[in-house]
Design a protein around this ligand. Sequence first.
Ligand code: ZN
Length: 161
Amino acid sequence: MVKIDPVEKSVENRFLSTLNKIPESHWKGATFEWHYSLNPLGIYHGLGPHGRYDDKNDIVKLRNTPQLQRRTIVHEIGHRVYNKVLTPAEREKWEKASVNEAPRMRQWGIEYFLPEELFAELYADMFLPKTSLVSLGRLESSTQTVFREIVKSHEQNLSTY
Ligand SMILES: [Zn+2]
């Protein structure tokens, strides 16, 4: 992976103004990295997704491209919130609450349940309404309630929100 520095000005401005829409405690402490490509397989398979979150190292990786969407930035921070801000009990609560609505993926005969993916997309919907692939308002109301409660509980002790 190639790290590009400095980031293109238009991309940097979009990034900074997007961070302003999100509680600081949700991204503070994370490292943001800019990449030309996020495809681990290399150029034969294109440049890969526009964003990726590395939870082991707490790094939000973003493509340094003018096509980078605000939604992608917020979605990746949603993955960060899921892994670093939520408590294990909250993740468990979310897994149970989203069991009927989270996407499932089949790979090599194994079905994966993706509650974290739904969380990240709903997180984008919460902070950037109408840009997301999933809208919070379309979920079962009990699922909406659990989501809002979990996110809200981490907004209360903020100084800059
Ligand atoms: Zn995702």
